[in-house]
Write a protein that binds this ligand. Structure first.
Ligand code: RTP
Length: 148
């Protein structure tokens, strides 16, 4: 099953949006595979964002990402990488449609609440980086709760 790495950034955690973001992925039908609140190190964040190392906003990005704990998650399901990015909205919240997470909750590219992997390969790289002990597989069976 396709997997993606979704992170609630420090502003999203501070604003109490973790539950809202989880709710949207659950409602859409995706399966939560792993979840952790953590205080990442500078080195960890520099590795996560290594493709952006030369950008002028890189130092500010790292400072922002160090401003508080983040919540990292692995979600699984059909086309979850592409659909997950759609659910997050555009990188710049001002370009994000209402109905997307950034379109509903943000106005600043430097405080855009959440991160989502941009391709299947980067998702697997990010999952290995943030969940180095691995992510166990399981299959949801809602029949055991009498829901179907
Ligand atoms: P993310 O990795 O966080 O999901 O964001 P993304 O793929 O949509 O965008 P990317 O270009 O990879 O940028 C990563 C994060 O850097 C911050 N950013 N600031 N000041 C700026 O112009 C600027 N551009 C990007 C954002 O927090 C963005 O999510």
């Amino acid at each position: 099953m396709e997997r993606t790495y979704i992170m609630v950034k420090p502003d999203g955690v501070q604003r109490g949006l973790v539950g809202e973001i989880i709710k949207r992925f659950e409602q859409r039908g995706y399966q939560l595979m792993a979840l952790e609140l953590l205080h990442p190190t500078k080195e960890h964040l520099e590795e996560h964002y290594k493709d952006l190392a030369g950008k002028p906003f890189f130092p500010g990005l790292i400072e922002y990402m160090l401003s508080g704990p983040v919540v990292g998650m692995v979600w699984a399901g059909k086309e979850v990488v592409k659909i997950g990015r759609k659910m997050l909205g555009e990188t710049n919240p001002l370009a994000s449609l209402p109905g997307s997470i950034r379109g509903d909750f943000a106005i600043d590219v430097g405080r855009n609440i959440c991160h989502g992997s941009d391709a299947v390969e980067s998702a697997e790289r990010e999952i290995a980086l943030w969940f180095p002990r691995g992510v166990p597989e399981y299959k949801r069976d809602i029949s055991v709760h009498g829901l179907i």
